[in-house]
Design a protein around this ligand. Sequence first.
Ligand code: 4AD
Ligand code: MG
Length: 438
Amino acid sequence: MEWVRIANLNQHEAQEVELRGWVYHHRSSGKIQFIVLRDGSGICQCVLSRSEVDPEVFAAARELTQESSVVVRGRVRAEARAPGGYEISVQDLRVVQVAAADYPITPKEHGVEYLMDHRHLWMRTPRQAAILRIRNEIVMGIHQFLQDQDFVLTESPILMGTAAEGGANLFETQYVNDEPAFLSQSGQLYVEATAAALGRVYTFGPTFRAEKSKTRRHLIEFWMVEPEAAFMTHDENLRLQENLVAHVVQRVLRKRAADLVTIGRDTARLEQVTPPFDRITYDEAIDLLRRVHQPEDEWQPLAWGEDFGAPHEAAITAEFDKPVFVERYPVGVKAFYMQPDPARPEVVLNADLLAPEGYGEIIGGSERIHDPELLRRRFEEHRLDPDTYGWYLDLRRFGTTPHAGFGLGVERVVAWICGLDHVRETIPFARLLNRLHP
Ligand code: 4AD
Ligand code: MG
């Protein structure tokens, strides 16, 4: 008998199959038992009738507790009312283990901290499993899109001798020879090197920021994809980003429709996510904030030169149906490596992509300074040691080209696509300000 995954039951209608999984719910009414089984791909109701299985099997099934592991054999029946649309008429059931009776997560409401303390078990619930499958779809969609556009995966190191983004949120540790070492905040500086070797590249890996902030969108350890391309202009950079994001959203809508239903995501807004996205300048965003501001708002309009906070980004995105680019920020609020706009050197050729429905920044990107003299001046202004960054300067000395790239935060994209109110559910084991366990 073939071992089948629940998600594929539609290919096995009326056949006899084997399912292997865990008991999610179990109820019994004398002559009949209903076991809702989960196997990681979905859930399926398995029906045992006393008249159709061995008496020992029927008796053993009665002892099953939540999360008991079992192997079930039976016939697949289409059942429109069943979750997933199929049911199993059980012929045989083998108990692998009757789970301890004190499984800590029950269908009743638990507090978030309790659930996070039990994350290793919480992720078994259908909603959490659906989110993790959607995350996987997003990650695979990113890889596929970039690979189809000839981007080569070149991994950046996690242990670095220099800081990429600088600032207070740098994780410091000690290298094997006692040199100070830092956990990567971004792989960007390294993909700038691999881009000059391979043309179009990306790195995809964990990044670390010792953020003291406790917000719904900050993780201490998060996953970022960072494409970088030699000769790519600012405008081409934005087009790449909107095509990537639209591709990923449409792929999730197509391939994870059932999971989106499980988590109760309203997909109407996601269906609109097709290129092109709107673009506004930083200056226009400042004006927009002034225009939409209401006395009861918890945020204040900003003066030119100030950076947006989460409430400002939410107010901006409220004016748009799809993600929106905010481009050309003041030099002073962005990183040292960003290329100034030749037409207006007080702003840089950058953009943040803000996701709708209040989610805010999901991508930060820019053209990079390619002129060695300008980069040297920036090192001085930012008090960066030109010796440590010598290799980065080399990239400008030997065949420099205009180039650009961006960083997309996976968890923020998962939160937005799933409509979650916090990034803690977007990653198997979240690392947050006050959470390093489990
Ligand atoms: O805007 P950021 O800081 O940009 C960079 O690191 C650039 N070096 C990227 C590049 O151009 N190659 O971070 C990029 C994205 C943000 O837009 C956000 O989605 C995500 O990374 N991000 C975080 N996600 C979760 N928790 C945090 N603490 C994050 N910080 C940034
Ligand atoms: Mg940013």
